[in-house]
Design a binder for this molecule. Sequence first.
Ligand code: ADP
Length: 363
Amino acid sequence: MKKEEIFDIIKTVKYPGFSRNIVDFGMVKDIEKRADGWSIRLKVISQDEQKLENLRQQVIKAMSEKGESVSQVVIDTASSQQERHQNAGEPKEKNPFDDQKQFEYADNVVAIASGKGGVGKSTIAANLSLALAKQGKTVGLLDLDVYGPSIPTLFGVTHVPQSDDDHTIYPAEKYGIQVLSLGFFIEQDSPVIWRGPLVMKLVTQFLNDVVWKPMDILVIDLPPGTGDVQLSLVQQLKLDGAIIITTPQDLALADVKRSANMFGKVNTPILGIIENMSYFKCPSCGKESYIFGKGGGERESQRLNVPLLGRLPLDESIMMASDTGCPIVESLADSPSAKIFGEIATSLIKSFQTNKDKKQWEP
Ligand code: ADP
């Protein structure tokens, strides 16, 4: 058999917990024919022995089912690669910015972050992307919320379009924007603990193998929180700025500071804060009630010295539109909430322009 045919056999092996196969993940590094069978080298980030053994057995099984013998399956893990570098006299510590990658398809890349889950980060990422598109910008939305990718539900899309060569990934397109979500590739019921390490691999692949149409702005929906996964993500991508979403509750506001610190560590400017579920506007009398407290977002933005980009009400129609796969900016474009998203998009475009002008004037 030829090497390409062996690749096709190994393509039947899926990475545990994911619907993608290990070839598409870029984990197969080398295949070599030896006198005593095929030698296969994989490169995997996980160091979970049981998972690695499971992978090894799956490869051997897939090969033997096609009558091919295997001499060895070598699996390089993150730690074995590090050891080799150290033996070769390379420095142990790496500058965290060494790997930071510039996303070449967009003029501006903005991350939407939150200190905790459930504050409306994905809802805002989706609606803000659509609002930017309505103002004539070409937009892409990349959902990296590994713990709960909700962009597929918000947009009513579950997978990327079929590609001719089976290798290239093209984003889905909906309501005039390009959309790509980790949810297209992760199995719903896979254990969350496996997802963290693999997300890095996926992100690298998203940046290398996805063919986007050139765009003005890429909006990234980050996982909530400020743990290792989030930090590695923001270290890996060169971001032009971040927007932090919060609700007015004290607990959520305390997390804003942690988020801001995380972006500080990787020199990413905070473009502003958006306060979600700020108030409830009575549908009959129009009175605004501040059920979660008033002015928290404003105070936090002053303390961090960043703008409060907008305040969104607790609005049933925002939630309902999201649940039906057509966010409010698209489905109820003239509603008061959609208009607020429009105003936030205008401020964001201005802040990109200001940053650009600043860059141009730097000596
Ligand atoms: P996160 O991404 O921060 O976890 P989501 O965007 O998934 O949060 O929102 C959590 C829930 O709150 C969803 O059901 C969403 O529809 C709802 N939601 C978000 N923002 C609002 C709002 N302003 N008014 C009403 N419901 C909202």
